[in-house]
Structure formats: structure tokens, C-alpha cells
Design a protein around this ligand. Structure first.
Ligand code: NAD
Ligand code: WQD
Length: 340
């Protein structure tokens, strides 16, 4: 019995593949390398001593996907594969809808016809928009996200809820807050292609001298120091939550549909300047920055109430912000050594 991991060479997917292999799951990866690189597979093998099956194709190619389902006895899927750049999604909306939703639907067609269950979906705190109250629990009302990317996440959730209900299947929707950090081995991490949009990769590249200065987008928010607040969750902790969610689905013997929804965050908010300071302290480096206008579409504050995941998955975030940022810097050093 195998677990299909789509996008398994990507940032969160690769860390999750390691945790799955360490928990003795058989893993089949499909990843078209549109936002990842082949050396990640070798590094997964070095870390775990195991070799997951790997198929480098685009999930929109349904005939190739069917062959994978014919070749393996699939007992569940973790679907990481998606395009994720918020700004780009506004410029290329049809490409984002096509990639993120057609890929999902192709897998679900296989699940439907083969009677399969146990589907885990990478969702996002973006489905809550700017929530009226903090912290955000799973009952917080959803708001249609402003970005096309965010809409693909909310639509993906709706598609999976309908799938579970119509065919009595089990699904888990995991709403990540802001994943950061890298594997303790320094062999896996986020590979920002081009200029990073997200805060921590930009901080990392500024400290490394690749970028001159971090632009802090706004210091007039009603927060502790005027900069926006997010919940930064360490990627290895996040990866472990997937294993816990999968085990819960697999042990659920119910014949009825199951829709598990979890917020995955630390429960603590940190401002942009707090992240900058924590990075400097953790790594004894300087991060030059300048204060700029707010970034369009940004919210003021978002942090999770992750009590449901703690209660039902026996999971909680364990790693401090500083420790996560220390692994980020080690990862940058590893990337430097690869380029030399
Ligand atoms: P990532 O880009 O590093 O990983 C996604 C992987 O999927 C990449 O390796 C890419 O090559 C692959 N892929 C994309 N489209 C594909 C297709 N059609 N066929 C086959 N492979 C394809 O992204 P990530 O940060 O690891 O995010 C994983 C998931 O989590 C995504 O669905 C993302 O939307 C979601 N998510 C990410 C964040 C975040 O901040 N990183 C936050 C919330 C949710
Ligand atoms: C964090 C904070 C920025 C870069 C995005 C997606 C969301 C989710 C997570 C996937 C904000 C500030 C950033 C910079 C800065 N992804 N910042 N200078 O905005 O919470 O969410 O990633 O689902 O959908 O929208 O994350 O890392 O971009 O920004 O000041 O150069 O850092 O303004 O306050 P965000 P982020």
C-alpha cells in the first residue's frame, strides 16, 4: 500500500516525504519540477536511506496519472502540487485555475472510479482573509480571498467537501499559516526562484547579500510595532502534522464521509520586525531594511488557534521562531556551497 504525494519535491512536500518514510510509509511522488529540482530527491534518499518512487510529470496529463494508479496500490494522497505565487496568480489567473484545480480533479477522478479514500489537501490561512477576531480557529467565517491563488485554495476545499459527501470518502483539509525554516540536515528547504515574495526567504537572501535591503511593507498597522503580524510555523513541525492527519484518516473505519479541518500554526503572532530581529539574533548576522508603503492586499494580523489539531491529532508546533530561522540560514549556506 502506497501514499501518493503530489508536489513531493517541493518545499513542504519534501519535508513531509521524509517524515512519511521515517514512519515506514511507501511513498510515490509525482512532481513536474515546475518549482523544484531533482537534487531534492537525492537528498531525501540521503536523509532517510530510502528511495521513494518518483514520476516527473504534470498532473494535468491524466493518462500518465492513470498509469501510476494502475502500477501501485494507493491507499491515500497528500496533494501539495499547486502554483503558489500570489502576485503571479493575479497576472496569470487562467494558468492558476487550470493548474491548481485540473490537477486536483484529475486525482479525484482516479479516487472516485477506484473507490479510494484518505485525501489530504494543502489549504491555507488565506481562506479566512482578515478575520475579525484572533486567534483564528476552524469555525472562523471564511472570506473569499482577494487573490486568484487564494481562490484556488477555497475552491479546492469546496471540491473536496463535495467529493467526500457524494461518495462517502475521507478527506483532511490542512490550513497552513506561514511555513518557514529548513530541514535540520540542511539538505531540504525552500527554493525561491527569482525574487522571493515571502518574508523569510527575502530576509535570508538579504542577510546573504543577494538582496541589498529588505523592504518592510508598512509600519502603520495597529500592531505591537506597526508592522504586520503572522504565525510562522516550522516546516518540519508542519510535515509531522501531515503524518498525524494521515494516520487519523487511515484508522477511521467509518463508512460515512469524513471531513477533517485543521489550522496548523504555532498560536503565536510575530511582527515583521520581530522576525528580522529573531533572524539577526539566531544567526549573528545583520539584515538591512527600509520601511516602505503597505503591500496591496496584505492583511494586518493572522495567527492560529491550533487547539483542534492538538486535541485530535495529538500534534503541536514544537520549534521556536529563532530555531526555525537558524535552520533557514544553514540552508542558505548549503545553497551557497552548491553554487561554488
Ligand atoms: P512548492 O512550490 O515548493 O511545491 C509545490 C510542488 O508541486 C513543486 O515541487 C512543483 O514542481 C509541483 N507542481 C506544481 N504543479 C504541478 C503539476 N501540475 N504537476 C506536478 N507537480 C506540480 O510549494 P510549497 O510551499 O511546498 O507548498 C505546497 C502546497 O502548500 C501548495 O499547494 C501551496 O499552495 C500550499 N501552501 C503553501 C504555503 C506556503 O507559504 N509555502 C502556505 C499555505 C499553503
Ligand atoms: C509576511 C509579512 C508582508 C515580504 C502569503 C500568501 C498566503 C500564504 C502565505 C500560501 C507580510 C511582510 C513580506 C517582504 C515584507 N501562502 N513582508 N517584506 O503575506 O502572510 O501570505 O504567504 O497559502 O496565501 O498570501 O506571507 O511571507 O508574503 O509576508 O515586509 O519583502 O511580511 O507584508 O506582512 P503572507 P509573506
Amino acid at each position: 500500500m502506497a501514499i501518493l504525494v503530489t508536489g513531493g519535491l517541493g518545499y513542504i512536500g519534501s519535508h513531509t516525504v521524509v517524515e512519511l518514510l521515517n514512519n515506514n510509509f511507501e511513498v510515490v511522488i509525482v512532481d513536474d519540477l515546475s518549482n523544484s529540482e531533482k537534487f531534492i530527491l537525492k537528498n531525501i534518499e540521503e536523509i532517510t536511506g530510502k528511495k521513494p518512487a518518483f514520476y516527473p510529470f504534470d498532473l494535468k496529463r491524466k493518462e500518465l496519472l492513470t498509469q501510476v494508479f494502475d502500477a501501485y496500490s494507493i491507499e491515500g494522497c497528500i496533494n501539495f502540487a499547486a502554483y503558489k505565487a500570489v502576485g503571479e496568480s493575479q497576472e496569470k489567473p487562467i494558468d492558476y485555475y487550470e493548474n491548481n484545480l485540473f490537477s486536483l480533479i484529475n486525482i479525484l477522478q482516479e479516487f472516485k472510479t477506484r473507490g479510494l479514500s484518505n485525501f489530504i489537501f494543502s489549504s491555507s490561512c488565506t481562506v479566512y482573509g482578515q478575520a475579525d477576531e484572533m486567534p483564528i480557529d476552524e469555525n472562523t467565517p471564511l472570506k473569499m480571498p482577494e487573490s486568484v491563488y487564494g481562490k484556488t485554495k477555497q475552491m479546492g476545499e469546496e471540491i473536496l467537501i463535495d467529493f467526500a459527501k457524494a461518495y462517502n470518502r475521507k478527506v483532511s483539509l490542512l490550513r497552513y499559516f506561514n511555513p518557514i525554516g529548513a530541514h535540520p540536515s540542511s539538505k531540504l528547504g525552500e527554493l525561491p526562484i527569482g525574487v522571493p515574495n515571502n518574508l523569510v526567504p527575502y530576509v535570508m537572501q538579504t542577510a546573504a547579500g543577494i538582496r541589498e535591503k529588505l523592504s518592510v511593507w508598512g509600519n502603520d498597522y495597529p500592531t505591537v510595532d506597526g508592522t504586520a503580524v503572522r504565525d510562522y510555523i516550522y516546516v518540519v513541525d508542519l510535515a509531522k502534522a501531515h503524518v498525524a492527519a494521515l494516520k487519523r484518516l487511515l484508522s477511521n473505519q467509518s463508512e460515512e464521509s469524513t471531513i477533517d479541518i485543521y489550522n496548523l500554526g504555532t498560536g503565536t503572532g510575530s511582527s515583521v520586525l520581530e522576525v528580522v530581529k529573531a533572524f539577526e539574533t539566531a544567526n549573528n548576522v545583520e539584515v538591512p531594511y527600509k520601511i516602505c508603503d503597505r503591500r496591496e492586499g496584505d492583511i494586518t494580523v493572522a495567527y492560529a488557534n491550533a487547539n483542534k489539531a492538538e486535541k485530535e491529532l495529538n500534534w503541536k508546533s514544537e520549534t521556536s521562531l529563532e530555531e526555525a530561522l537558524r535552520t533557514t540560514w544553514e540552508w542558505q549556506k548549503y545553497l551557497n556551497s552548491r553554487n561554488n
